[in-house]
Design a binder for this molecule. Structure first.
Ligand SMILES: [Zn+2]
Length: 111
């Protein structure tokens, strides 16, 4: 399968939102979005959740779907990106907020 993925380093000033209605999306590669992120970044899971800025324990991680706000166009990205964060943050944070740490994000490609 040929895939051209966008892999980006985002800073803690990036404005993001949790992408909605992603519960039924299956990752194109890997058994979960959490594993998908690890396959493409080749990174260990982050020690701090980029969504809330608190410590992240291995057992509490989701591959979270997020969108970014472009200040220049005043629009949200249509593409969804994956970042690893707390399961709780993934399902509960509403509206727009800032990333709390710099983190690598991977474009979400579904099956
Ligand atoms: Zn969190």
């Amino acid at each position: 399968m040929a895939m051209c993925l966008r892999l980006r380093r985002k800073t803690s000033s990036a404005v993001i939102m949790n992408a909605e209605r992603t519960g039924d999306d299956d990752a194109a590669i890997g058994s979960s979005w959490k594993e998908y992120w690890q396959i493409f970044t080749q990174n260990d899971f982050p020690l701090v959740c980029p969504l809330c800025g608190h410590r992240l324990a291995k057992g509490d991680i989701d591959g979270c779907h997020i969108r970014f706000y472009h200040q220049d166009t005043k629009r949200w990205t249509l593409r969804k990106f994956i970042v690893q964060g707390h399961h709780g943050c993934n399902v509960s944070i509403k509206g727009d907020f800032q990333m709390q740490t710099g983190e690598t994000v991977v474009e979400a490609i579904e099956k």
